[in-house]
Design a protein around this ligand. Structure first.
Ligand code: GLA
Length: 497
């Protein structure tokens, strides 16, 4: 054998060996089609060293490091994140493409995708749009009292579709929710597919005809809401409004949409937090320009003191916190820190401590009554987040308590204040229309507690009449004050005249 073929073979073997050693190294774009017709895209930045695999996964412009990774022949396996939120990836390298299966921590969700080689450039978020000069977007006249309705997120997450929204609309009427004032039926994340070649936003397979759905909801005497983001992607990874703000607002108006929740999400990869006001103003202007009154609900988790500028961008409400979840810790942490900013909420422009969890099953009825009392004393939007089609009597009694709702919707729109704290007890008062006062007792403790308040402590005159809004009875009042036994995590709410 001559020397040349030996050399060539040796080189080939070395090159192949190196490839097998490092074949996965590089940037890969994974396209994973979902049943709703959308394609979930993520980037893998992999570095292979023999049977070791390190790197990261970038999804929605957020990078998560691989915590554990290995290669076995042409198969690989890695984990991203830790604990409850970790995700597992299993894949195969075939020629120069990958097949990847991504599994959620509980094993319930799997996405299958195909990946090809990509670039650093493709991973980068788009450049920010030029920011407009600040001006005041005129008030649209909506939400003269805090908005009331229902939203899909807390119960259904991304598993929401046309049929469910119609059934919820039906149930809003038959359950009495509509008569109690809950009129908005709001679709949260996961209704979008993409912008088409003409820049029109197109819903995914789960929402075949938005206009028909809006007509249906309107035919029930209800209003309909939708959801988007100033970023290219929503928090759930669906199409946002970045660069399409005007066209999206026009499409919403064309469909007959009455409400937009606008969620910061991936805008954080493009803009600075200090750009939030002009970025929200763009959509505020776009909604106004449609000529259709569309309630504008800001969702940027209470950053940048939004309560100081939310009204200026045309906002009817702004989230003041991160996401609520259906447990006492989340509820009490959010609820009891809202008083400090209560004075910023005004008629037409409300603080929004997030949607209601009442009826979702993670809290006791006492805790859910505290939820409703807090939100009503705070003049918060009341957006039920449960499955209205199958409400328990207990959930109904809480959400449909008209006397408590009347506190939330009181036309005076005056803020609550802290009257007294005593250990785990907080007592709040709030001036109501017609020289009435709302008086709320909260027990944050894990034991029932006897609570006393003198009228002078609360800077109140002895009322003529007091009504317990959860017991639905008038109560006796002494000339000194009021004493009540409050269950653990519970509440007593009085209307004083
Ligand atoms: C964010 C919001 C939630 C919900 C989800 C949807 O987390 O704060 O209320 O809209 O996005 O992805």
């Amino acid at each position: 054998m001559s020397r040349i073929p030996i050399l060539v073979s040796a080189l080939l073997i070395a090159a192949f060996g190196a490839f097998a050693q490092n074949g996965l190294s590089g940037i890969w774009l994974v396209n994973a089609p979902l049943p709703d017709g959308t394609v979930r895209q993520s980037f893998l930045q992999l570095s292979q060293d023999g049977d070791k695999l390190t790197g990261s996964v970038t999804y929605n412009y957020r990078k998560m490091d691989i915590t554990e990774g290995s290669v076995n022949g042409n198969k690989f396996h890695f984990i991203v994140g830790r604990g409850m939120r970790h995700r597992t990836f299993d894949g195969t390298l075939e020629g120069d493409h990958l097949t990847v299966v991504e599994t959620s921590a509980n094993g319930r969700n799997t996405n299958r995708g195909e990946a090809h080689r990509s670039t650093e450039q493709a991973m980068a978020p788009p450049k920010p749009l030029p920011l407009p000069a600040l001006h005041d977007v005129p008030y649209n006249g909506l939400a003269r009292t805090p908005q009331m309705g229902w939203n899909s997120w807390n119960h259904f997450h991304t598993a929401i579709d046309d049929k469910t929204v119609r059934e919820i609309a039906d149930a809003m009427v038959t359950s009495g929710m509509k008569d109690a004032g809950y009129v908005y039926v709001n679709i949260d994340d996961a209704w979008q597919l993409k912008h088409d070649a003409d820049g029109n936003i197109v819903p995914n397979k789960k929402f075949p005809d938005m206009k028909a759905l809006a007509d249906y909801v309107h035919s029930k005497g209800l209003k309909i809401g939708i959801y988007s983001s100033p970023g290219p992607k929503t928090c759930g990874g669906y199409e946002g409004s970045f660069g399409h703000e005007k066209a999206d607002a026009e499409m919403y108006a064309k469909w007959g949409i009455d409400y937009l929740k606008y969620d910061w999400c991936s805008a954080s990869a493009i803009y600075k937090d200090t750009d939030m006001q002009p970025v929200y103003q763009v959509m505020g202007d776009a909604l106004r320009a449609t000529g259709r009154p569309i309630l504008f609900s800001l969702c940027q988790y209470g950053r940048e003191d939004v309560w100081k500028w939310g009204a200026k961008v045309g906002g009817n409400s702004w989230r003041t916190t991160g996401d609520i979840s259906d447990n006492w810790k989340s509820l009490s942490t959010i609820g009891f820190k809202q008083l400090a900013i209560a004075q910023y909420a005004k008629i037409g422009h409300w603080n929004d401590p997030d949607m209601l969890e009442i009826g979702n099953g993670g809290m006791s009825d006492d805790e859910y009554r505290t939820h409703m009392t807090l939100w009503s004393m705070l003049r918060a939007p009341l957006l039920a987040g449960n499955d209205v089609r199958s409400m328990s009597d207990a959930a109904k009694a809480i959400l449909l308590n008209k006397e408590v709702i009347a506190i939330d919707q009181d036309p005076l729109g005056a803020p609550a204040q802290l009257a007294k704290t005593d250990g785990d007890i907080e007592i709040w008062t709030r001036p109501l229309k017609g020289k009435a006062t709302g008086l709320a007792f909260f027990n944050k403790g894990d034991q029932a507690a006897e609570v006393k308040l003198t009228w002078s402590e609360a800077r109140l005159n002895k009322p003529k009449k007091a009504r317990d809004l959860w017991a639905h009875t008038d109560v006796k009042i002494s000339s000194e004050g009021y004493a009540a036994n409050i269950p653990a995590h519970g509440t007593v709410l009085l209307r004083l005249q």
